[in-house]
Ligand binder design. Structure first.
Ligand SMILES: [Zn+2]
Ligand SMILES: [Zn+2]
Length: 218
């Protein structure tokens, strides 16, 4: 069964499956900036490219060790994504998003090179690369070549991810004993860093874009 551990294995969580329910490469500002912030707080080094391997798993897991070391943060007030991390070593472990409807969670812990954050997992091939719009020309040029279907490179949220959400939720599960929401309840609340403009000054997130679309603004 797939496990997620922090750098020093203080925190270890275990899923009930080896398989992810979706996988893509996310180039969005928020994902990389969250790791940048965690690194600034003493966490592991982040990849040089602003594009992170990203896998979704069912929202059902057991905390093998380190429950008391788990914390949560938002990049900014009303941010879409709640990120769970080890308060000892600032490894960012996994995250929740309202679009997941409590059925799945997402992890990018495999992007750390200093340790094997995700073990015993069988990951599907990357299905897309998305939020390319968040990259500067230089950042885009520096990315490794995309070897998948050329039509699966998306400026914003990947259409195939949005199309897969129902199937991902179907394949996912809201764990009765432990899940991201139960864990957040135990932690209390996600804290919001202050004085970190880089965290909050990114381009519009998925939820912000959807809100803008709903209002009919360009
Ligand atoms: Zn992202
Ligand atoms: Zn740790």
């Amino acid at each position: 069964m797939a496990t997620i551990t922090c750098k020093y294995t203080t925190v270890q969580i275990e899923f009930f499956t080896k398989n992810d329910v979706f996988r893509l490469a996310c180039c969005c500002h928020d994902c990389t900036t969250a790791l940048w912030y965690a690194n600034k707080r003493g966490g592991p080094a982040l990849p040089i490219h602003q594009c992170l391997d990203t896998s979704w798993f069912p929202n059902e897991f057991t905390i093998v060790t380190g429950e008391e070391k788990l914390g949560a943060f938002l990049n900014f007030e009303n941010a879409d994504t709640t990120r769970f991390y080890c308060t000892n070593c600032w490894s960012v472990l996994f995250a929740d998003h309202p679009a997941y409807d409590k059925k799945v969670l997402v992890t990018q812990v495999m992007n750390y090179r200093e340790f094997e954050g995700l073990a015993n997992a069988e990951l599907m091939p990357l299905q897309a690369r998305h939020f390319v719009k968040d990259l500067s020309e230089e950042q885009l040029a520096a990315l490794p070549a995309w070897r998948g279907d050329p039509s699966h490179v998306y400026q914003s949220a990947a259409d195939i991810l949005l199309a897969q959400f129902p199937a991902m939720k179907e394949a996912g599960k809201e764990g009765a004993e432990m899940n991201a929401q139960i864990l957040l309840g135990k932690i209390g609340s996600a804290f919001i860093p202050t004085g970190e403009a880089r965290l909050s000054e990114g381009p519009p997130t998925l939820m912000q874009q959807m809100a803008q679309a709903a209002e009919g603004s360009p």
